[in-house]
Design a protein. Structure first.
Length: 462
């Protein structure tokens, strides 16, 4: 079996088994099965004066974890700059927040070159390389320019934007050509893939047939691979005896309806709009005052970036405003916490919540929506209120699908969720539950890797 090499911006710690999310668990599983290597940023910053990046290798269960320290300048230009102030907002349809600087773009390419330079000597001829997410789009080009001919796949975890938006990037053509250097490019949903195909046809006059494109003497396969969760693991977490945090929560609720949201504190998640919708719900249906509690769990993220400091302030103000307006001396409609909660405790919180509220303005997939379903009691499930702009909405058709910009619409959906009888909850829930049992993260890993290994790379004659 070919050895697998995974590359992602962040790499989990070798011993860390359950804290870093389903994707890490699944990739680690695939790496351990085949033997492999995982390369990415260590999260550490090294002194600018050191000429070579510090590389640390740790081996555990058949896998080499190779992490690279970056300089402060790398972090600013590559991670905070081009990846998170140019690509992230634009790919989430927020051109107004997009800050493009040539210096950042150069830093982005420089870090990709550094990763390629460190990885290339570690690669054996039949290794298969799987690169993850928008931080590393140019990696295959950099590896190919160092002479590597291995099969290389890329999976984009976030949306691919509409052509008009992507072409705002001054280096859009270069990035698109970077993607063509992979053998397989995977997207979360068909509309994301179609956006890329439209761009290729219109801007690069490239032919795409049967999901395969031919350009610059190469053939690249495109495909849709909706990422998922370790469904069985979540089901087991949710069935296990309740953790202390879940008992504290249930005790404090005193029988009130719980509507739960869990998001990184990111402007793409639609948290201020959601809080407004909760206010509208209480305004339209005052009978729910003192009977309803919304819990927003939102660990802070990417704090060095000004737009993230701004969303932090905005959410805190919105929650304070709604609590001030609708709350009472013994009840506040919104509980807002900035910490992250471990996955097994989270499963209990999901199960305690009659409503899961997942309303991003745009999202590649959104695994919280899937985790919420997996954690429900199959005999008495809750209701998922889900943004139609999350990739998960393409699969979780039993959710109450909402437009997160439509505050009244979300308020009405919250009411429907509160009132929904058991038979309707079951008929919505059961097909989603069955779907997630079948299409779990292991299936996702296997599907992507078998597609990557299926087609031999065909060099076209010029
Ligand atoms: O889903 C997009 C993504 O950037 C992932 O690549 C990453 O693991 C996650 O969001 C968290 O982002 P960050 O590593 O910037 O905190």
């Amino acid at each position: 079996m070919a050895r697998l090499i995974a590359v992602s911006n962040r790499v989990p710690k070798p011993g860390e088994r359950y804290t870093s999310g389903g994707l890490s668990v699944a990739l680690r599983n695939a790496l351990e099965r085949r033997g492999g290597l995982w390369l990415g940023w260590s999260g550490q910053i090294q002194d600018e004066t050191v000429s070579e990046p510090r590389v640390t290798t740790q081996r555990a269960h058949n896998v080499d974890y190779v992490t690279v320290d970056l300089t402060k300048r790398d972090e600013e230009e590559y991670y905070n700059g081009f990846a998170n102030r140019a690509l992230w907002p634009l790919f989430h349809h927020r051109p107004g927040l997009t800050e493009f600087a040539r210096r950042d773009m150069a830093g982005y390419y420089r870090v990709n070159q550094t990763f390629a330079r460190i990885l290339a000597p570690l690669v054996q001829p039949d290794d298969v390389i799987w690169v993850h997410d928008y931080h590393l789009i140019p990696l295959a080009s950099e590896l190919r320019s160092l002479g590597l001919k291995n099969r290389m796949g890329f999976f984009l975890h976030i949306p691919w934007p509409a052509q008009e938006l992507f072409s705002i990037l001054p280096n859009h053509a270069r990035l698109a050509i970077n993607l063509i250097n992979y053998d397989l490019v995977g997207f979360q949903t068909k509309p994301h893939m179609d956006n890329f195909i439209t761009y290729l046809k219109d801007e690069m006059d490239t032919k795409v047939e049967g999901g395969e494109l031919e350009a610059f003497g190469r053939r690249t396969q495109l495909g849709v691979f909706p990422i998922s969760i370790d469904t069985q693991e979540f089901i087991q977490f949710a069935r296990a005896p309740r953790s202390a945090i879940a008992r504290r929560l249930e005790h404090s609720l005193e029988g009130k309806i719980l509507a739960l949201s869990v998001d990184r504190l990111d402007y793409s998640k639609g948290i201020p709009q959601r809080i407004e919708a909760i206010g509208r719900f209480l305004e339209l249906y005052p009978e729910y005052k003192s009977r309803f509690t919304a819990l927003q769990v939102a660990p802070t993220t990417r704090e060095a970036i000004p737009e993230y400091a701004e969303i932090n302030r905005e959410v805190a103000e919105a929650a304070g405003r709604i609590n001030g307006r609708f709350g009472d001396i013994d009840w506040a409609p919104i509980r807002y916490v900035n910490k992250s909660i471990g996955r097994s405790a989270l499963a209990h919180l999901y199960r305690a919540a009659k409503i899961g509220v997942v309303t991003p303005l745009r999202d590649g997939m959104n695994l919280v929506a899937k985790e919420y379903i997996a954690a429900q009691d199959p005999e008495n499930p809750g209701v998922l209120v889900l943004s139609r702009f999350a990739g998960a909405a393409k699969e979780l058709r039993g959710a109450l699908l909402v437009n997160p910009y439509d505050i009244d619409g979300v308020a009405h959906a919250l009411r429907s969720a509160c009132e929904m009888p058991l038979d309707e909850r079951l008929s919505r829930f059961l097909p989603m539950y069955a779907h997630l049992k079948k299409f779990n993260v292991h299936r996702w890993t296997d599907d992507f890797l078998s597609a990557l290994m299926r087609e031999p790379q065909l060099a076209l004659t010029a």
